[in-house]
Design a protein around this ligand. Structure first.
Ligand SMILES: *[C@@H]1O[C@H](CO)[C@@H](O)[C@H](O)[C@H]1NC(C)=O
Ligand SMILES: *[C@@H]1O[C@H](CO)[C@@H](O)[C@H](O)[C@H]1NC(C)=O
Ligand SMILES: *[C@@H]1O[C@H](CO)[C@@H](O)[C@H](O)[C@H]1NC(C)=O
Ligand SMILES: *[C@@H]1O[C@H](CO)[C@@H](O)[C@H](O)[C@H]1NC(C)=O
Ligand SMILES: CC(=O)N[C@H]1CO[C@H](CO)[C@@H](O)[C@@H]1O
Length: 593
């Protein structure tokens, strides 16, 4: 049953094994998380065995009748060039393929795969005609949709076979699900926002790129016939099973355990415990940085203003660029003079700072915020005699700031401020917005509103989905039909009542009752639809799942659900419930972040 845990977990925060847990628990799939004997610090496992990754299927050349045209003439491409051309053809209807950067990057990488003959012929992407390829792939997609039940069943079984064989590993005494055992197929890089590398060729990953991590005493997975692994290592200080370096950003990719696994759940839990520790010392930290705004030392002043931004605006500390990424994105420490504008007065408020820069993943951060006078004066000072492209905090860098955070509280990073603020905001908003007398749909609307408040705080915006207008229209049609239905039901009720007045018998009384019930039922249905429409409209430009998955202590949501009798499925879908299994097990209805 939910909420059967009462565990004393304090010791874990200090990170000093062995730990003693007092627990009163009925059997739960996650008791392992709390009951296990711990490994020495830094050691993640003793035994690790797995089957390695599943590679993307090899390239299948196009049928002869699917032609590619250059400058109006048929041209047969070499297999390598053809494969890369198909990546572009598959995206032909997408806006990406009209963007200059995308086209330029793609063409450059495509030419690298061409034979010298092809290279000398194909010199202008605008003269390439991929229409037949594109139509061929569309027809294939259509055919897949039209597949018979038996064919679909066969594919399903094959997938299940793969999961059975490759989807699990053995870590110590547990069989654990692996999150992403399939290696992504090659394709064209898209990136988020206006990424400067979009359109580049994401290479096919080969066994020769792969590092396998497993224990010495396990059965090392064999590489595919005719191939070799790049390396096999036995590093029990890390939790990944397989890793490789992708070619676009040069970042290291990992195959890891599923979020529902013991080790992931524990990490997640620790993250929120760190944020709860911040709650206890945040006042002290705030007093300290306010003092530091007056410091004689420029470095200390800059650090204090940067910290204020991190705390107040949930900015990231550094630019957190993937290695090799060239997008001009910044974080708090790397803000430049050109990214802010100071307004002694704006929109009727004093000491306003206007931010405008590209943050992580090239998502624009634009915000106008009132700041304290001393912060404003300090910013004026930091900007004195500087050019727009100069650093705002010239005495500061990410490592200095992170070191300072560590000194303030063990485990403190800019992200902890986000997690703390997001979680505490959710908790406060839920308290404010939940009306005890509301029915379940209205309560869920309140929950989503609280979640949205957090997403806005964290700048988790999105472009409205392409299907937005259409789905709103469909919903509106349903609402209109429901309203008509309600009007009819009300008319019927009215005439039944009039009838009952005249006849005054049991039968017409019963009719009135049942008509009344019908009206109520339709009213409820209408309300549900209207709530749904409000929810969807308000959600248009906000991505809820990022904060839900990464910044909100799931125990707050679980506790809220228990308190108000809301089924947890209404808040978390299946994947999310797996990830937060530990919280669903632990949180009581009176849980306080
Ligand atoms: C490429 O081809 C397009 C379409 O034929 C043409 O408009 C354009 O001028 C060509 N570009 C170059 C650099 O030749
Ligand atoms: C969270 O961030 C918002 C926005 O800056 C701020 O107004 C609020 O005071 C913060 N809340 C807490 C509890 O830190
Ligand atoms: C940050 O600044 C410190 C002190 O000036 C310097 O030692 C360190 O190398 C810098 N770190 C980075 C990543 O630039
Ligand atoms: C659950 O929601 C997440 C978004 O947070 C989504 O990526 C995932 O596909 C959903 N899973 C299911 C089973 O619906
Ligand atoms: C290539 C690779 O994956 N290297 C990583 C192995 O694990 C250590 C410890 O986590 C990392 O520091 C390396 O980057």
């Amino acid at each position: 049953p939910l909420g059967s845990y009462s565990a004393v977990l304090v010791g874990l925060l200090v990170g000093k094994p062995p730990l003693v847990f007092t627990l009163h628990s009925s059997v739960s799939p996650h008791r392992a998380l709390w009951e296990e004997e711990r490994h020495p610090e830094g050691i993640k496992w003793k035994f690790l065995e797995h089957k390695g990754p599943v590679f993307a299927p090899p390239y299948e050349p196009l049928p002869e009748n699917v032609k590619f045209y250059y400058d109006g003439k048929v041209m047969k491409l070499s297999p390598k060039a053809e494969e890369v051309a198909t990546f572009f053809a598959k995206m032909l209807d997408h806006e990406y393929t009209t963007k200059d950067i995308f086209r330029k990057n793609f063409f450059k990488d495509w030419r690298k795969e061409m034979t010298s003959e092809e290279k000398s012929t194909i010199t202008n992407l605008s003269k390439c005609d991929f229409t037949q390829m594109s139509q061929y792939f569309k027809a294939q997609t259509e055919a897949r949709k039209q597949m018979s039940k038996e064919e679909k069943q066969k594919i399903k079984e094959e997938n299940e076979r793969l999961v059975k064989e490759y989807g699990f590993c053995v870590m110590d005494n547990h069989k654990e699900r692996i999150a992403n055992f399939k290696i992504e197929p090659p394709g064209l890089f898209r990136g988020r926002g206006n990424h400067p590398k979009m359109g580049m060729l994401k290479r096919r990953i080969m066994p020769e790129d792969i590092i396998i991590n497993c224990s010495k005493d396990s059965k090392v997975p064999p590489p595919p016939p005719g191939h070799k692994w790049k390396e096999v290592r036995h590093d029990n200080k890390v939790t990944w099973l397989v890793s490789w370096t992708e070619n676009i950003q040069g970042s290291i990719k990992y195959i890891m355990l599923n979020p529902s696994s013991r080790i992931k759940g524990e990490k997640d839990w620790q993250k929120y415990e760190t944020a709860r520790r911040l709650k206890k010392c945040v006042d002290k930290i705030r007093n300290q940085y306010r003092e530091d705004w007056k410091s004689k030392e420029m470095k200390v002043r800059q650090r204090a203003v940067a910290l204020y931004f991190i705390d107040k605006l949930a900015l990231r500390a550094g630019n957190e660029k993937e290695e090799g990424e060239t997008a001009d994105t910044v974080g708090c420490c790397s803000l430049r003079v050109e990214h802010i504008n100071l307004h002694p007065e704006l929109d009727g408020q004093e000491y306003m700072v206007e931010f405008d820069f590209l943050g992580k993943d090239s998502i624009r951060y634009y915000n106008k915020v009132p700041v304290e006078k001393r912060v404003f004066k300090n910013l004026q000072l930091f900007m004195e005699n500087k050019q727009p492209e100069d650093d705002l905090f010239d005495r500061l860098n990410t490592s200095i700031l992170n070191k300072h955070l560590q000194d303030l509280m063990e485990g403190l990073t800019a992200k902890v401020f986000r997690t703390y603020n997001a979680s505490i905001t959710l908790q406060q908003q839920l308290k404010e917005l939940t009306t005890p007398d509301d029915n379940i749909p209205a309560k869920i609307l309140s929950y989503n509103r609280a979640n949205r408040a957090v997403a806005i705080l964290c700048n988790h915006q999105r472009a409205p989905p392409k299907t937005f207008e259409k789905s709103m229209m469909n919903l509106q049609t349903k609402i209109d039909a429901k309203k008509d239905q309600l009007a009819d039901a009300r008319r019927e009720l009215k005439s039944a009542k009039a009838d009952a007045k005249v006849r005054r018998d049991e039968k017409s009384k019963k009719t009135v009752e049942s008509k009344k019930k019908a009206v109520q039922r339709i009213e409820e249905q209408l309300m549900k639809l209207e709530v749904q429409a409000t929810d969807r409209e308000e959600n248009k430009q906000i991505a809820l799942s990022t904060s839900k998955l990464n910044y909100l202590d799931p125990r707050i949501s679980v506790a809220w659900c228990k308190k108000w009798g809301i089924p947890i499925e209404k808040i978390y879908n299946k994947t999310q419930r797996e990830k937060f299994a530990w919280a669903i097990d632990m949180a009581e209805e009176d849980y306080e972040f």
